[in-house]
Design a binder for this molecule. Structure first.
Ligand SMILES: [Zn+2]
Length: 125
């Protein structure tokens, strides 16, 4: 799979560029199809900014940076863990219990490093 959109916005200077520095193919786990595990081969391109010359990875709407599963698989697993338990959610998604635990820990990491300005979890009791 590749992004149909050829251009990406430089995170350093906001300039839009379509200059490919290199292709970066990797494998991502998606929601299983009945008994089959589904793996997607995805290209997250590295683009070079034509203004500031810095290299950056393009954003993909369906996979968080550095994650090896799709956002929709993460949401499905979380929902099933809440409804049942880790073992059952793992079985339904053709994953091991430890893979599900890693996925849950990574969601926590993502929540804790949300950008300033986004909703916070601070509470007063
Ligand atoms: Zn730039």
């Amino acid at each position: 799979m590749e992004n149909k959109q050829k251009e990406g916005k430089c995170p350093h200077c906001e300039n839009t560029t379509d200059k490919i520095h290199q292709n970066d193919w990797y494998t991502v786990r998606d929601i299983p199809l009945s008994d089959y595990q589904v793996l997607l081969k995805v290209n997250r391109r590295q683009l070079r900014c034509t203004k500031c010359q810095k290299v950056f990875s393009e954003e993909l709407s369906f996979i968080k940076t550095r994650r090896t599963y799709t956002k929709r698989l993460a949401m499905k697993v979380i929902k099933e863990v809440l409804e049942t338990n880790v073992e059952s959610a793992a079985r339904r998604n053709r994953m091991t219990a430890s893979e599900v635990e890693t996925l849950l820990r990574e969601q926590e990491v993502d929540l804790l490093k949300e950008k300033p300005g986004s909703p916070r979890l601070d509470m007063t009791i």
